[in-house]
Design a protein around this ligand. Structure first.
Ligand code: ADE
Length: 261
């Protein structure tokens, strides 16, 4: 996978390339990562990259010529890549899109600044517009880092554990189960007994159950979209029966509860 980032702040990426998963990917030649300074394609002594908007209004717009020059240069270096633009107006990035991107040969990531870029660049040079969420950043650089990090960790052979990426939260629209490590008791709270039992079937069952509970409590929307397995349906039905039992016991005692007895 080749990542080429087009930005007017290439220095922002030096520490990013030098740490963590991206650094590991570069070191083991699973990815290549570089920047192109859009300013290098700007005209004149000041290499201007922005200008006032036609029609008036506040803010500046990224000029098309430097962007086009930088994108062409990137596409020359990695011709089979897709070109994405980081913008709050794009499709909201998620794990599914990360997986799609991880299967590509390369990504050219164009970081917008100011009020945005000249619309003709979006029409003629960009394959996908991507947002990392419904909020406005001052530029696309941090969004590009988010995308690169999420994609890099999906590239086979980069993460440590053989199947860590497959078991991630969201990889199958279910949040991941709870995790515990030593000490056995922390500030009075003990690790669930089943995890110490050595019974792998029971541990797996517990993991599925806690994954379902977490998803239900934190992200019900994911559970609604998910195609449930038979095991998951059985677990959910059991909760329904248990809850029903509790509710029925309460309603039988309802009069007592209301009178505070
Ligand atoms: N640029 C500014 N805000 C952004 C966002 N939310 N996602 C991607 N790029 C951006």
């Amino acid at each position: 996978m080749n990542f080429i980032v087009l930005t007017i702040f290439p220095e922002m990426f030096n520490p990013f390339w030098d740490h963590g998963i991206v650094h590991r990917g570069i070191s083991c030649n699973k990815i290549s990562a570089s920047t192109i300074n859009i300013r290098d394609f700007g005209k004149g002594r000041h290499r201007v990259t922005d200008d006032r908007p036609y029609g008036g209004g506040c803010g500046m717009v990224m000029k098309p010529e430097p962007l086009a020059g930088a994108i062409r240069e990137a596409q020359k270096k990695t011709p089979f890549s897709k070109t994405i633009c980081l913008t709050p107006q794009g499709r909201v990035f998620n794990q599914r899109i990360a997986r799609e991107f991880a299967a590509l040969e390369g990504l050219v990531l164009v970081c917008g600044r100011y009020e945005g870029m000249d619309e003709r660049i979006l029409h003629d040079f960009i394959d996908y517009e991507i947002s990392i969420g419904d909020y406005i950043l001052t530029g696309g650089e941090i969004a590009a880092m988010v995308v690169i990090d999420a994609v890099t960790r999906l590239i086979p052979g980069i993460l440590g554990g053989a199947d860590s990426a497959e078991k991630d939260s969201f990889s199958d629209d279910l949040l991941e189960h709870a995790h515990f490590t030593r000490p056995r008791t922390f500030e009075g709270e003990a690790v669930p007994e089943v995890l110490l039992s050595g019974n792998h079937r029971e541990i797996e069952k517990w993991r599925v159950e806690t994954a379902l509970i977490r998803t239900f409590l934190k992200r019900q929307d994911l559970l609604e979209k998910r195609v449930l397995s038979n095991q998951e349906i059985e677990i959910l039905k059991k909760w329904c029966r248990d809850i029903e039992t509790i509710v029925q016991a309460q309603s039988l005692r309802g009069a007592d509860t209301l009178s505070g007895g």
